[in-house]
Design a protein around this ligand. Structure first.
Ligand SMILES: *Cc1c(COP(=O)(O)O)cnc(C)c1O
Length: 464
């Protein structure tokens, strides 16, 4: 398998090179070429596999320059940190099928990808005899998942910036109580946007980036998408096997378009098993307006009770754009440059029709989200977190327009967002064992002003 850029200005690279590159050197995003698809006999065989065996089959297609035993070992090390062998259990709560993606060490779906990516980075570095300093910004979930993905690895140090006092207390503690000495938390006196701008600026200093071998864990890394393809295939085939479903649809609470793009790749891979993908958004609904109105237009970010979806410009959108534009990298490049200037992309009638064949979409406001948590709890006893509730509410609205069952992705454990859950149900969500007592653990964190030079100095002093 080779990887190409959506902007077409780099020579094709291997999987290993794609992982180390992150963002393509021409500013585009990397994609597998060709987009793979398996035959009916393979799908039949896959239906019998457990999660990890299926994961190995799928990843062998995409990461075919990794030796089989290595890939197998990376997969088992990534998923042995989950609290269930099923990794992503599919449950029926009496009303909906829920795919629980929060059984990893930090209780959000980011673990599925970042546990794998952490082990993969470490292995690739060891092979080359190199080290890396990961630098990233987080509004909450990504930071802890990335830290848990690489903690204790001796060829990686990780620096995570979070906005001081602006992530939930549980999220902050999940990051700052990790005792491993390769983990460096920086609480920035500023907003998430300040953190992100600082990280971006540091990466733009190419000399600094090269000298300190900076690595990135954000959601544009192909390996993250790849790890997320697996649970779509797993859930769809399981529903076919156990419930006799012909076609299976998914409802995906969406922010950066990374998760739902993995669903799009899964759909091509096991054609025709996956039907439609429901793109569920909160009040930050740029992607819903794209699906319904054929216009991708930036507006202001509003803060909601599902903060991991409070995003306007979706970093993975360009990957879908490449296919929507019939794999024309010249057109993708000029459109993205235009978007930088104008903040808007308008689509033709044919393109709008194609988009609506691929996705259904609806935006769910905060009252509807709370109402969904309340109703679901009342009717079934099942507690949803506010992100998962956006997906369930969207599925409730759109299920009657689709053929076959809808699987709702549950992207976080409710105990990560106790305020919203308490408000909706009147009860405190129960904390899993590993989340208890975080308050009593020693915590380490450096508080710094939103000053790029001071943050660079701190990285310099502590880099590998
Ligand atoms: C990151 C995240 C999302 C959004 O996923 P994208 O890949 O950015 O679309 C949804 N829910 C939770 C809990 C998350 O952490």
């Amino acid at each position: 398998m080779e990887y190409i850029s959506t902007r077409g200005q780099i020579a094709p690279v291997s999987f290993k090179e794609a992982v180390m590159m992150g963002l393509a050197d021409d500013g585009g995003l990397l994609l597998p070429n060709p987009m793979p698809s398996v035959d009916a006999a393979t799908i039949d065989a896959w239906r019998e596999l457990d999660y990890q065996a299926l994961c190995l089959e799928i990843m062998t297609i995409f990461a075919n320059d990794l030796p089989g035993p290595v890939l197998n070992d990376l997969i088992s090390r990534a998923y042995e940190t989950f609290d269930t062998r099923e990794v992503t259990p599919l449950v029926f709560n009496g009303q909906q099928y829920i795919l629980e993606l929060f059984h990893g060490p930090t209780f959000a779906f980011k673990d599925v990808a970042l546990q794998f990516l952490g082990n993969l980075f470490s292995w690739l570095l060891e092979e080359k005899g190199e080290t890396m300093n990961i630098l990233g910004a987080t509004s909450g979930d990504t930071g802890s998942a990335a830290i848990y993905g690489v903690k204790g690895k001796d060829n990686i140090n990780i620096f995570i910036l979070h906005p001081r006092g602006r992530v939930s207390p549980v999220q902050a503690l999940q990051m700052t109580t990790v005792p491993d000495l390769n983990v460096f938390n920086i609480a920035v006196e500023g907003t998430f946007d300040d953190c992100q701008a600082i990280v971006k600026e540091i990466f733009n200093d190419l000399e600094f980036k090269a000298e300190y071998r900076l690595g990135s864990i954000n959601s544009i890394n192909w390996a993250r998408v790849q790890a997320q393809i697996v649970y779509y295939v797993y859930a769809a085939l399981k529903l076919q096997r156990d419930a006799g479903a012909q076609q299976v649809n998914f409802s995906v609470p969406t922010g950066n378009f990374g998760d739902i793009f993995a669903g799009y790749v899964a759909k091509q891979l096991i054609r025709p098993v996956i039907g439609r993908l429901i793109l569920a958004t909160n009040e930050n609904n740029i992607l819903t307006r794209f699906v319904l109105e054929g216009k991708y237009a930036k507006s202001r970010v509003v803060s909601t009770i599902s903060p991991s979806m409070d995003i306007q410009v979706a970093s993975n959108f360009e990957r879908y754009l490449y296919y929507l534009y019939d794999r024309d990298p010249v057109r993708v490049s000029s459109t993205m440059k235009d978007f930088q200037k104008k903040g808007e992309i308008v689509f033709s009638r044919e393109e709008r029709q194609q988009v609506r064949r691929d996705f259904a979409s609806v935006s769910i406001n905060q009252d509807q989200t709370l109402e969904t948590i309340r109703e679901c709890y009342k009717n079934t006893g099942y507690v949803l977190d506010p992100h998962s509730a956006v997906g369930v509410a969207a599925a409730d609205k759109l299920a009657s327009t689709l053929d076959g069952p809808v699987v709702c992705l549950a992207t976080a454990h409710p105990a990560k967002f106790p305020d919203a859950v308490r408000k909706a149900t009147g009860r405190e969500p129960e904390r899993p064992e590993a989340m208890k007592g975080l308050e009593n653990l020693p915590s380490r964190c450096r508080i710094l002003p939103a000053d790029i030079e001071l943050i660079k100095d701190y990285v310099k002093q502590n880099a590998l």
